[in-house]
Design a protein around this ligand. Sequence first.
Ligand SMILES: *Cc1c(COP(=O)(O)O)cnc(C)c1O
Length: 349
Amino acid sequence: MPPQIPLIEHYRDHLPVTAATPRLTLGEGGTPLVRAAALERETGIPEIWLKIEGANPTGSFKDRGMVLAIAKAMEDGAKAVLCASTGNTSASAAAYAARAGLPCIVVLPAGHVALGKLSQAIAFGARVVAIKGSFDDALALSRELAAGGEGTLVNSVNPHRIDGQKTAAFEVCEVLGDAPEWLCIPVGNAGNITAYWKGFNEARESKMAKRRPAMYGFQAAGAAPIVNGEIVKDPQTIATAIRIGNPASWNGAVRARDESGGSITAVTDEEILDAYKFLAQQEGVFCEPASAAAVAGLRKLAQTGTKPTQVVCVLTGNGMKDPDRAITLGPTIVETAPTIEAVRAAIRG
Ligand SMILES: *Cc1c(COP(=O)(O)O)cnc(C)c1O
């Protein structure tokens, strides 16, 4: 394999990268696109691909946008970076800030961040503040801190985040030789669906692709402001990465949906957990619950209406982020005596 080229170097012609932009990298991008045979059999859709974004350095797609946002913050002489986060943004910001030698401040909703993500932010040395409020409250506070000069805001309201994240659409087009017929993606703050749509439009303009996909976004039923057409005051879902009631890129998501002829619909926590288990136990792909919303939604759409022939589902984050949820997928482990009889008995259950 050739040595990996930094993502922002590889796609510099499509990004606001100049000679003065530091080539910051932790090896992000170039993630696997894997066929989902069991899901194809179940849905009757001939070709389904999973974009494994959990293979990024900190375990989520957030690294694609964060590397650019923090490289640009370095270029602009930032003294610190800060963000609100449901978990993965903070893990990514903290890692790239450490790499860049910048202090990082993260504001989180207390009690609603998966353990793996929290441990990353701590390990990378971020200043972590947990507020007794929602992600939406955390984002409002972070915007105020940034406006007050505390540091550069690296949430997806920072346009460099969207630009970096659109590179995933380029990769999909390069591997498949064109854009897929459908793209299925979870929607939280709606930065990623906005970024993919931007990426697919630019891919067509630059002849990387001939067509654009129909964009299918999925929100959790208890956190579905775009589906309902109104802000959700107290969003609730086990998929903590999409537990957001007032998405910052709401307009971008609506534009992606309407311009592409797709839809944004809701999936229940039960459907999300069922898809999460299916992916792990039928495909051998371990993603986090929020990511499984894309597959839960596809399974639902496949039961109604016309079926596409080719779909890409974006699996946004790694399953190991949320160990507390993961261990609920199988039976409780019981300890036994270290004898062959006891172990045989334990295997039979
Ligand atoms: C951030 C995140 C999402 C939601 O992405 P948005 O850009 O906020 O819509 C989904 N899944 C995972 C794993 C995430 O980290």
